[in-house]
Design a binder for this molecule. Structure first.
Ligand code: E4P
Length: 217
């Protein structure tokens, strides 16, 4: 399963990219706004740090303007995935850009029917938002399960990118379902390392080791 970072903060991306665990980055207009940066400069900087796909989202809603924005974003670097909303115009843009071999990430997916249309439009990634569904009392992971099954039935090339992840359990559940990608805020990746028994066990090993007076180096 690929791990993407869901942030536009370059310092966090650089810090976590050093782990060797980061396969890509997703951004959205809210994350760009939070970073306080110009979108074109921010995306260029991120795409230079991370070699995998970097999603950059269009901000228009009509076909022509979205297409022009998508082409401009895609020209920033070879690893840009243009993010479009799951609307009729967005899927038309997805179809046009995909035909030109540009990666497209279809975002704001909340149903299996929507995911089916995105795959038929040639999306490289579909982004179902599990956390926002869970927030409403709906079953975010149930949606991932349905999409994984549907895509397997027809051998669609579209990768299931689990978005709006709130914690490590979402990542584990996504992996159990065979989702292709999860995108997570930096703090969730930090949380994935943690277990109290790891800390306790390491403390004990270090104490016992110190008592020996030995050194490996
Ligand atoms: C996905 O690409 C989105 O940027 C993101 O996962 C949305 O997450 P949120 O629901 O925490 O805003």
């Amino acid at each position: 399963m690929k791990i993407f970072l869901d942030t536009a903060e370059l310092s966090e991306i650089s810090r976590l990219n050093e782990t060797g665990l980061v396969d890509g980055v997703t951004t959205n207009p809210s994350l760009i706004a939070k970073s306080g940066r110009n979108i074109l400069e921010a995306i260029a900087d991120i795409a230079a740090v991370v070699s995998g796909p970097v999603s950059a989202e269009v901000t228009a809603t009509d076909y022509e303007t979205m297409l022009a924005e998508g082409r401009k974003l895609a020209a920033i670097a070879d690893n840009i995935a243009v993010k479009v909303p799951l609307t009729p115009a967005g899927l038309r843009v997805c179809h046009s850009l995909s035909r030109d071999q540009i990666m497209v990430n279809v975002t704001l997916c909340f149903s299996a029917a929507q995911a089916l249309l995105a795959a038929k439009a040639g999306a490289r990634f579909i982004s179902p938002f599990v956390g926002r569904l869970d927030d409403l009392g709906a079953d975010g992971m149930g949606l991932i399960s349905d999409i994984v099954d549907i895509y397997a039935n027809y051998d669609f090339a579209t990768e299931v990118l689990v978005a709006s992840a709130r914690g490590p359990q979402h990542i584990v559940d996504a992996a159990l379902l065979g989702a292709d990608v999860v995108t997570l805020p930096p703090k969730v990746l930090d949380q994935m390392y943690q277990h109290p028994l790891t800390d306790k066990g390491l403390d004990a090993f270090l104490q016992d080791w110190a008592a020996t007076g030995q050194s490996i180096l």
